[in-house]
Design a protein around this ligand. Sequence first.
Ligand code: PEP
Length: 252
Amino acid sequence: MPPPPLIAGNWKMHQTPPQAADLAAKILELLPPNPGVEVLLIPPYPCLQTVHEVLQGDPRVALGAQNCHWEDQGAFTGEVSAPMLKAWCQYTLVGHSERRQLFHETDDIVRSKLEAVLRAGMRPVLAVGETAEERRLGQTHAVLARQARAGLLGLPLDQLLTCTVAYEPVWAIGSGAAADPSDIAEATAILREVVEEAASGQAPAVRILYGGSVTADSAAELLGARGVAGALVGGASLKAPEFCGIAAAVSR
Ligand code: PEP
């Protein structure tokens, strides 16, 4: 049985703890008893404990962090390590394009973070995606393969199986201009090839998500693209009805 689709909401640097508690409570209220998808909330660090308390172990919703440091502890003022997140989180996002671009995270740094997440016993969500310029230059295939290979090759199969890959074309994030389903299917096929390479030719049940301007209205079409097993959602995850509408659109 393949895992259910995953609908992940990345709240980025939005929501104070009281606002986060409200949003999480509204999402719980709007989700049906059997949503037919796995829902993942990814609030900012200071909201994790609060949201964890609101969720009270509700099996419909998992909790994740947006980032972590690659070391487990040390003199890294202002940083947060994976073992610190483990108390609240089942997942941690690594390699989001905002981290790669604004905080200069290289493929090597992203790989170190992914390994830290695995060491802590959490599930990594590895985000990959080409910029508009890379797309214009015809480099999409090479960029996706490079980022995914850097993240996944060499992982033991049991660890690979806990990973999720999110295809997020950088130009589609927050722009209102989502990728075409055919482009999404093509990108997903490239990522699937890397997953299979990492699994020495096997076809492991690793979910590949799409992210980039997904809304409740566009979800069925975008997430119906071949090979797509859910969404990483930014802006629309801050509105409970919109986010739950996305979950409903892909419910199995
Ligand atoms: C994101 O930041 O991961 C994202 C997909 O954002 P948005 O849905 O707002 O495009």
